[in-house]
Design a protein around this ligand. Structure first.
Ligand code: FES
Length: 67
């Protein structure tokens, strides 16, 4: 894993809950949808300011072509 990938994983996407990009990535890889991720992490349950960013990120991950 490169330094930039580690930095990206540590990036906080939801400041209200402290949920990082890496946490969301791991949950998506476990098959969790946005609602489940929100329940697990508390993301999107505060101010809602992260909602768009998280939805775009999750959609990009789930729409990746499987190899
Ligand atoms: S930043 Fe995610 S709910 Fe406020």
């Amino acid at each position: 894993m490169s330094a930039s990938e580690i930095d990206a994983a540590d990036e906080v996407m939801c400041t209200c809950s402290g949920t990082t990009r890496g946490q969301i990535y791991d949950l998506v890889m476990q098959g969790k949808d946005i609602d489940a991720i929100s329940r697990w992490t508390g993301a999107k349950t505060g101010c809602g300011g992260c909602e768009w960013d998280i939805e775009v990120f999750v959609r990009a991950l789930t729409e990746l072509p499987s190899s």
